[in-house]
Design a binder for this molecule. Sequence first.
Ligand SMILES: [Zn+2]
Length: 139
Amino acid sequence: MEIPACPKCQSINIVKSGIIKERQRYLCKSCHYFFTVNKIGKKIDDYYVTKALQLYLEGLSYREIERIIGVSHVSISNWVKEFKIKKPPHPNYHPTYKIFNHTELLEYLKNKDKLSGAGMIITELGDKFMMIKWERFKD
Ligand SMILES: [Zn+2]
C-alpha cells in the first residue's frame, strides 16, 4: 500500500497514527493535520499509475512526481519498467509547472495565447490544480 499525501499541505512526511473505524489514521508531520484514508484499493492504484506515467512522459523526474502525487519514486520507477514506458527525447523543451486554485485556473485559461504550442496538461493536486507546460530552451 502506498503512503498518501497530506490533504492539507500535500506533504508526504506523514506517519501512521492509529486506526479509527477500520480506517487508517495518519498524522502529517509538516502541518500536524490528522486525516484518515479509505483502504487504498486497485482503483486508486490505477489512478496513481496513470498519473505518474503521464507526468513522467511530460519530463518530470521520479523525485518530482513523488513530491506531487505522494507515491514513492521506487514505485514510479517500477511502473515505468513494468509498462515499458520510453520517454521520447524533447531536447528543445523543459517542463515548467504552476499551481492554481480553481478561479486562478479559469482566469489563466481565458488567455488563448498562453496555451498554444505549450503541450499543456492539467492535473489535480489536492484541492488545487497543477498546470504543466513546456518551455522552449533559449538558443
Ligand atoms: Zn500536512
